[in-house]
Design a protein around this ligand. Structure first.
Ligand code: ZN
Length: 192
């Protein structure tokens, strides 16, 4: 069950670390694939230019995989999609996804316990929720992608409905969901 999996995961810091290690490997693969394609602007070779990222909710100093074009006159930065980060938010992406999803999957008191545990205040959670409902649901990328789901996820209960679209087996469906969300991972998102 997704809701039991999600609640357990968010409540247990050692599970965060285990999941984070898996996600770090997936990101490393995504970075290798993206690098092999060269600079998206000029097809020039890319050089490593990773940068440090603080990750709230997971007790690690992470490095964001990133590249710079080696071509004189271009030199642009290319940051590949990630399953660990969702935009520039300081919380790990899976925490943003799971906490907003569980708002629809669990009773409010249990979500409040998780919120407290993770140190996510009410305003932050409200901002994440507004992002799903407005920015995400109204955006062109989602409008183009949602046709591949049948039945269509209920947009009023995003991202819970979307998570369920990937199955009800907790861990695997979460990884599939985070992979699906990689195009959104490189975009600036308002707030944290
Ligand atoms: Zn370039």
């Amino acid at each position: 069950m997704n809701k039991n999996y999600g609640e357990k995961l968010l409540a247990d810091n050692s599970s965060h670390a285990t999941l984070w290690a898996v996600l770090t490997k997936i990101d490393a693969d995504l970075a290798v694939q993206a690098c092999a394609q060269g600079c998206p602007h000029c097809e020039g070779a890319l050089h490593r230019a990773d940068y440090p990222r603080k990750v709230r909710g997971v007790n690690v100093e992470a490095r964001r995989d990133s590249f710079c074009c080696a071509e004189e006159g271009c030199r642009r930065r290319m940051t590949p999609g990630s399953v660990r980060f969702l935009g520039r938010r300081i919380y790990a992406g899976f925490i943003v996804v799971l906490l907003t999803a569980l708002r629809h999957g669990l009773v409010a008191e249990r979500v409040a316990v998780l919120q407290e545990h993770l140190g996510v205040d009410r305003r932050t959670l409200a901002r994440w929720r507004a992002w799903w409902l407005q920015h995400f649901a109204q955006g062109r990328s989602w409008r183009a992608a949602r046709g591949r789901f049948w039945p269509a996820p209920d947009e009023a209960t995003l991202p819970w409905s979307l998570w369920l679209s990937f199955g009800d087996d907790g861990g695997k469906s979460l990884l599939d969901l985070l992979r699906f969300l990689t195009p959104w991972s490189t975009r600036p998102a308002p707030g944290n």
